[in-house]
Write a protein that binds this ligand. Structure first.
Ligand code: 5AD
Length: 335
């Protein structure tokens, strides 16, 4: 048996995983790369089957109080027109998505305190009352009583990525917060009974192979239900302008290793990876989830986290049936 297969089996066995164990898999090239991707694909099939979970994502506000070094929505960005959907618009769009056949809705925004604990709670409550949608919140760091309240209002899941497991790097790129604070939020959300989603960027300037391995190990430690892994894409309006984008291939390797280590976790082919042409590849090396935008077209351009996000909008039912058709052509079932 080849050396890489031994490494992958040891990762899958899940005992005493260390960065040193994961790094050779993340560095796999050529035949070893195919071995890695095929191993991850088999694990995906064994633990998740051929179903691809489709999540509708509604980006309901691009206001943000944070100053993340890599993100185009940073608070100090004066060159971005800001929008905020009203609670009526949000609930209306959610119900349209449910009508079109989506089963899960991710409500995502910048950290926008206009949506108070009560306002966002009412939005969740109304969506849960009027539809069968599973609701995921992705609204960043808040006081813990907000998280508890939204859970009572019916929110099912919460997505809050750790972004990078290198504490010093995290603190440098997030001047408004800290790694410890982010971790505390993740742990509290888990404790409250949310299905927790984390994730990180690949190729963030300053990230090493060891950090990347630690990023993956952090997912295991947190017992996440979901992990969004995407390449860093350089935004020219941010203080990290002029840096190189993260590699799509390295991102795929991180997805594959995460699948092998984490077994039945939900792994999306992230929007950032799809922009880099990695959708089909990701679904063949461990991913089992796709996010599809349901944000009204007049707002899509303005949710400018990173460049290259497509803005076309179709009728929601049509968009969903096209995706399901494309998945069926790959031997997979979109749900
Ligand atoms: N490149 C890639 N991903 C980014 N995100 C934010 N900015 C960038 C960027 N420049 C990701 C972060 C965040 C999610 C909403 O978008 O991981 O959690």
């Amino acid at each position: 048996m080849s050396e890489i297969t031994d490494v992958l089996k040891e990762i899958a066995a899940g005992k005493d995983s260390t960065p040193e164990l994961l790094i050779p898999a993340l560095e796999a090239e050529e035949e070893n790369l195919s071995t890695l991707f095929e191993f991850a694909d088999r694990q995906r099939k064994e633990f998740c089957g051929d179903v691809v979970h489709i999540r509708a994502i509604l980006e309901f506000s691009n206001y943000c109080r944070c100053d993340c070094a890599y993100c185009g929505l940073f608070a100090g960005n004066k060159n971005l027109a800001r929008y905020r959907m009203t609670p009526e618009e949000i609930v209306g769009t959610a119900l349209e998505a449910a009508q079109a056949g989506y089963r899960t809705l991710v409500l995502q925004s910048g950290e926008d305190l206009w949506y108070t604990k009560e306002r966002l709670g009412e939005i969740v409550r109304e969506i849960k009352e009027k539809s069968e949608l599973a609701v995921t919140l992705s609204v960043g760091e808040r006081p813990f009583d907000h998280y508890a309240y939204w859970k009572e209002c019916g929110a099912d899941r919460f997505l809050i990525k750790h972004e990078t497991a290198d504490q010093a790097l995290y603190d440098r790129y997030h001047p408004h917060s800290s790694y410890m604070r982010r971790l505390a939020c993740q742990k509290e959300l888990y404790r409250l009974g949310y299905e927790l989603g984390s994730g990180f960027m690949v190729g963030l300037p300053g990230q090493t192979m060891k950090t990347l391995a630690e990023d993956i190990l952090h997912l295991k430690e947190l017992q996440v239900s979901m992990a969004g892994i995407g390449p860093y894409i350089c935004h020219p309006g941010t203080r990290l302008r002029g840096n190189q984008d993260g590699s799509a291939q390295l991102t795929l390797k991180a997805v594959a290793v995460s699948r092998i280590l984490l077994k039945d976790v939900n792994l999306p082919s992230t929007t950032a990876l799809n922009i880099k042409g990695g959708l089909r590849d990701a679904l063949n090396c461990g991913a089992n989830v796709i996010m599809q935008k349901v944000t009204p077209s007049r707002y899509r351009d303005l949710y400018d986290i990173y460049p290259g996000r497509e803005t076309k909008e179709m009728d929601l039912a049509r968009q969903l049936s096209d995706l399901k058709y494309n998945l069926s052509q790959m031997g997979r079932t979109g749900l």
